[in-house]
Design a protein around this ligand. Structure first.
Ligand code: UD1
Ligand code: CA
Length: 456
């Protein structure tokens, strides 16, 4: 019966933003969501978020059935914050540990927290501590004969205490029942006039309880975010971690420091990703596929062996195996490309299916269309799918050849094997296997003179 309390009532003034601090994103996801997801990985029975100023927006953005919300108003310190959460915890009298996390420390890992919880066991206070070369600003861990006796805050510390390099990360685990006894005993006779959560350490020691420590694997796990600069630093660390994990899975990255994944990127074997690509939502890339430089891929599937050339924007689309896309192509939601389809530069495809071996290589708009196999769509072809009020479908059957600069005024069907002459404005169905052309006959006027400027 693990309880988790996430402290998130601080204002975050240094972000200089109207957005509450814990909603600022890391990898496209609010920083508090990272902490919530980590808490969920631990199998918490109850997760309680302590919120404060602007907190309704946080609650509206992230509320879920497994969360409880405790308002802390005014904010009188970390001890006061946890006190607000106590009534909402499952089995507050049980010895099971309550884990305290910070909403602005987003990269803490479940493996580290499992070690901390294990160290706390059934009846210990466990602190997550770290040894820092520059401990300035943090609470210091005071030990006597190697045993933790208390935590002293920077502002309350004397010179000898300030020299201690072991710091309090703020993350700890303690039995819920003991917290319920300790928290109301906290005073605020200290330099900041706050109820310090850290004072429970001395209370535990006074009760004869052992205070144990665990440590994060990496220092960034416990780094907090107070400014845009720190937000950017942790974003880079997080992206680097994602890149490392992709490479471990066999993905080749042209530069692991120039990829951004804001969601879940799943790659099969031998995928190559060039620099400057952004992946959002759920993206799947099939075996042997290449994503070239500066592409943005969101919620899409790229088939095996497909090549996405540079500068493509693909969202809500499926690219079939061995297909070629771009450079400078835009695939919008509902674009379903089958096997070996070529979509070239400055081609936009929306809510359309394109069957195997068809090509639209240059400057086209394909919207609300069903295109068969082996179709060639000429340069400058446009489906006129929208009449100002409603959208209509264009159907192009197998083996059609569409000449350049053609407009297909939907609803309209081009029959199997038909050819449309260049420049055609198709307003009625084109029969199969025939040439259809709508174009004024070409004339030349002999002796015609170009107008000249009149003398002033
Ligand atoms: C706290 C610890 C300090 C530790 C440091 C690590 C205390 C007294 N001190 O210091 O030992 O080294 O964190 O960063 O606990 N919060 C609330 N309500 C409040 C006050 C804070 O929800 O009334 C939240 C903040 O939003 C933040 C977290 O608690 O997420 C820590 O608050 P912060 O002011 O950053 O802690 P420090 O005083 O710096
Ligand atoms: Ca403070």
């Amino acid at each position: 019966m693990l309880n988790v309390v996430i402290l998130a009532a601080g204002q975050g003034k240094r972000m200089r933003s109207d957005l509450p601090k814990v909603l600022h994103p890391i990898a496209g996801k609010p920083m508090l969501s990272h902490v919530l997801d980590t808490a969920r990985q631990l199998g918490a029975a109850k997760i309680c978020v302590v919120y404060g100023h602007g907190g309704e927006r946080v609650r509206d953005a992230l509320d879920a059935p497994d969360l409880a919300w405790a308002l802390q108003e005014p904010q009188l310190g970390t001890g006061h914050a946890v006190l607000q959460a106590l009534p909402l915890l499952a089995a507050a009298v049980s010895p099971a540990p309550t884990l305290i996390l910070y909403g602005d420390v987003p990269l803490i890992r479940a493996a580290t927290l499992r070690r901390l919880i294990e160290a706390a066991g059934d009846d210990c206070l466990a602190l997550l501590t770290a040894h820092l070369p520059n401990p300035h600003g943090y609470g210091r861990i005071v030990r006597v004969d190697g045993k933790v006796t208390r935590i002293v805050e920077e502002k309350d510390a004397d010179d000898a205490e300030r020299a201690i390099r072991e710091i309090n990360t703020g993350i700890l685990a303690a039995p819920a029942g003991r917290l319920a006894r300790w928290l109301p005993q906290l005073g605020k006779a200290n330099a900041q006039g706050e109820y310090y959560l850290t004072d429970i350490v001395a209370l535990a020691v006074a009760e004869g309880m052992e205070v144990v420590t665990a440590h994060p694997d990496a220092s960034w796990e416990t780094d907090g975010i107070n400014s845009k600069a720190q937000l950017a630093t942790l974003e880079r660390i997080h992206q680097r971690n994602i890149a490392e994990s992709l490479m471990e899975q066999g993905v080749t990255l042209a530069d692991p420091s120039r990829i951004d994944v804001r969601g879940v990127l799943t790659c099969e074997r031998d995928v190559f990703i060039d620099v400057g690509c952004v992946f959002e939502g759920a993206v799947k890339v099939g075996a042997g596929a290449t994503v070239s430089a500066h592409c943005v891929l969101k919620d899409c599937t790229i088939g095996a062996g497909a090549r996405i050339h540079p500068f493509c924007h693909i969202e809500g689309a499926t690219v079939g195996p061995q297909s070629l896309v771009g450079p400078y192509a835009r695939l919008r939601p509902g674009a379903l490309l089958s096997e070996d389809v070529h979509v070239g530069n400055f081609v936009e495809v929306k809510n359309s299916t394109i069957a195997a071996h068809s090509k639209a290589n240059h400057l086209a708009y394909i919207g609300d269309a069903t295109i068969g196999s082996r179709v060639n769509v000429g340069a400058g072809t446009i489906t006129c799918n929208y009449d100002g009020a409603n959208k209509h479908r264009t159907v192009i059957e197998d083996d059609v050849f569409i000449g350049s600069d053609t407009q297909l005024v939907a609803p309209v069907t081009v029959g199997r094997g038909a050819t449309l002459g260049a420049g055609t404005t198709l307003t009625r169905d084109a029969p199969p296997d025939q040439l259809t052309v709508s174009r004024a006959r070409q004339t030349s006027i002999p002796g015609w003179k170009r107008p000249t400027k009149k003398p002033k």
